[in-house]
Every structure is written in C-alpha cells, then in structure tokens.
Design a protein around this ligand. Sequence first.
Ligand SMILES: *[C@@H]1O[C@H](CO)[C@@H](O)[C@H](O)[C@H]1NC(C)=O
Ligand SMILES: *[C@@H]1O[C@H](CO)[C@@H](O)[C@H](O)[C@H]1NC(C)=O
Length: 484
Amino acid sequence: MAAGLLSVFVWLLPLLLSTVFFYSRRGPFLDPLCSYLSWNCANQPLVISGLTTTPTDPVLYGPVLQQYLHKFAVNEDLGGSLAVFVDGEPVIDVFAGFKDLRHTIIYDNRTLNQVYSSGKVLEGILIARLVDKGLLDYEEKISTYWPEFAQNGKENVRLKDLMMHQAGVQYLDDDKGDLSWALLRDRTRWSAHLARQKHHFFSGSEPSDKQQLPQRAYHAVTRGWYLDEIVRRVDPQGRDLDQLARDELMAAYPDVELYYGALPNAADWDDRLTPMHDYPVLRLLGRLFIPHALQTHAYLGTPGLAPLHKISSRLFQTKSQTFKSLALPMARRARDFRTKDAHHVPSTSFSLKTNAHSLARLMSMMANQGASYNSSEPNLISQATYERATHHTVELEDHVTLDKHPISHGGWIRTRNFFPDLEGVLVQGWGGAGGSLTVWLEELKMGFCYVTNAMGVVDFTLGDGRAKKLLVLAVQARKQQLGL
Ligand SMILES: *[C@@H]1O[C@H](CO)[C@@H](O)[C@H](O)[C@H]1NC(C)=O
Ligand SMILES: *[C@@H]1O[C@H](CO)[C@@H](O)[C@H](O)[C@H]1NC(C)=O
C-alpha cells in the first residue's frame, strides 16, 4: 500500500513541480488552467485605449504608463482604467486589459467598475457641497437633522464625527435578526434600524472610563448609510446621494459617470459593468504564511513585494472590530458586496460604479481647491468650504484598519506620509478594497485615479502596492515638469 502511494507520488512529482513552477511565474490574474498547467492560455495581446501620450510632453508621463502596462504583462492586473489630470487636463487617461480571466472580453471605455471605498471620496464631496449650500454643518449634531438618531448614547455625535469614522456606528447590531439587503428596501424599517443602533465606543474589553474618549473605527460600510439618511432629510427635494451625484455632477460635467445605485439601462449590469476577480486563495495563503524573506527572495520570490497589512489576519477573527465592521450577516465575503441585490439600494460607502476618468476629473478640481478649470462649468465646491473641509485633521489609531491616518473633517485622508517614496508630498483622498485609489495633490495640481477589476491583496489599506507605485511615478514626472 505504502509502496503504491509512493510510486503514484513519484509519477505525479514532475506534474506537481511544473505546476508550482508555472504558477509561481505567472501572476495571479489569469485563467487557472493556464496558470497551473500552461493550458488554455489565450495569448491575446493587451488592448489599451484612450489618451496614452500627452500632447505637450509625450515622454514625461511615459514611465507611469509603462509601469501600468507592466502589471498587465505579469498578470498582476487584469482590466481597469488609469487617469492622471494635471492643471485640469488629462496627461494619462486610459482603459486597458480584459473583463475576464481568459482574456476574451476587452475592457473598453464603456466599461464601468465597482470601486468600493473609493466611492467615499465622492461621498465626501457631495457632503461638502451640502455644507457649501448651508444645508449641513460639520460641527452640527446629527440629531439636528435626524431627531431619531439621538438614541442609545448617540445624542452628541456630530456630522464631522461620522465623516472621520468616529461616530461609533461602525457596525450594526442585528438585534431583530432581520438585517438583509431586503431590509434596505424598506425605508421606514431601515431608517429605524439605523437610528436605534448603540454608540459602540467601546464596551467589551475597553475600560469604562475610556468610553467617552474620541475613538476611531473605520465605518467601512455604514458611513454611507448614515450619510444618506441625513442627506435625504436636508435636501429640499429629499434626494439621496446617488440622485445628487447624477442630478448635479453628471449634469454639470458631461464626461463623468457616477452610479451608486442602479445603472441607467437594465442591460448595463451585464454589458458594461466588469466582473471583479478575487486574488486566488492559494496565493493568499502563501502570502500569509510563507516567510516574507522567501517571498522577496531574488530567485524564488518577487523582490520588493510588500508584506500583507496586519488587517489581513484580523479579517479571519470573527470577534474583532475589523471583522464586525467589514463583514455583514448578508455579506461575509467581498464578492457578496457586488451582487445585484447589494446594489439595488445605493450604499455609497461601497457601491460606486464608475471609471478612473470620472474620479480623476473631480480630483483635479479638488487639487484646484474645488474650482473648475473651465469657465463654462461650475465649481465643484467653494474655496471657503474646501478650506473648512480639509484644513482640520485628527490623527487617531483606527480600531478597524489598525492604521493611524490623519483624516480631515471632510472625511478624506490628508497626509504628507502617504507612502515613503512620495517624500513629503501632500496627498488627500481615499482608496478602496481591491486596490482602487482616488487622490488629489493640491501642491502639484494633480488628480489621480486607478481602478481595477483585479482584487489585489491588502498590502496597504488605502490603495495597494500597484496604485501607489503609479502615484509615485506620476509625482516624479510632475516634479520634473515643474523643475522641482
Ligand atoms: C471610446 O472609444 C471609441 C472608439 O475607440 C471612441 O470613438 C469614443 O469617442 C470613446 N469615447 C470616449 C467617451 O472617450
Ligand atoms: C468646457 O465645458 C463645456 C461644458 O461642459 C464643454 O462643452 C467644453 O468643451 C469645455 N471646454 C474645454 C476646453 O474642455
């Protein structure tokens, strides 16, 4: 018996070794048969469309584009878009790759992509616009706009606490056991469910005298739900954030597409929206458990590979704040946030479907302190509101992400330490699960957005290694342009 097993093993050994070899050489986002066995490989050339060179200076931003295309060549990216705006004009504005792992469906300029928490950047802009109109105030208590919110310890929570993830409603207690996507469709019950939540800072292991200290815990999923309730109460027409994005932003900037809820046509879900592709589980386990020195080994691994963020293992601890805030009873896994059911009602903290062009265009106006570059188009927000929203930040340890980012009242990161290679450049914005990154750089008058359908590993919590490398190269090009 043992000898039989041994001979099977000896026969299988070459297959096993070649599988491991191909697998380790060929990047994560590829058809599994091709990846393991070198079989079923489509060998389609990469398709890229849009603005690939800058009319004024074709060479300057070339390295950014080369780096972007390199990630497709090594199957670390699959399909997506990248847009960089400088002084209000695009210098890179491309769509590239495929919607499927087999490389048969081209990712083109009609493709929409879910960007998860990158949608929070837009959430912040829409709120700032209401502040601009005097309908909201960051310092005001939420209960001023929504009296029922003043329950269970939440009486004094202000709008800015919610924007900065300090409102204490980072997860929802499912007290009646009916938390589901269907509940979201029942406005009255859903609103009551949100209103009666406890202020979750920080029973359990925290000493009680700490309970009143300001605490931060990423409201990964819930922030948008709470904001939407507030917004519907202050907008004179009772619109939600999704409707405001369409009525105001899509109308003012005709090339911009922003959908938190349903897409314009029923067929768009299948025709235009790209499926998302998860990082393969086997590789993820490898990244978690193989010693990092081996993973970055010059011959056996990939030099320069960033270690996984410590949030990665917390995601498996069901009692942690991280798990409670990122997983819902009806959505335990990332893929559960991209079903039609999950998008029926707009959930602005994760449901935005857009492209890099649209977000980078808005980011370029943020880099201009909210002002439009085109005199026939309105400003995004006034300079006064821009100052108020961005010039106050609070740095606190986040109990969900385990990061310590400075976050502004407007709800965006504002830091000069975003990424070591950025050397002190001021970065503002946010990123999303899977790797999307949406930021503006005021001093460089630059808007940047990277969007992908290839869900990367969590090596950073705002953007991943792919996006950050592109940002670094874009900043280097811009500095060179400015002679800095
Ligand atoms: C999309 O690409 C097509 C063909 O490549 C082009 O004709 C069209 O103008 C592009 N649309 C946008 C919005 O860039
Ligand atoms: C300015 O905005 C208007 C209205 O959206 C548009 O028609 C026009 O092409 C824009 N001009 C430039 C130079 O982008």
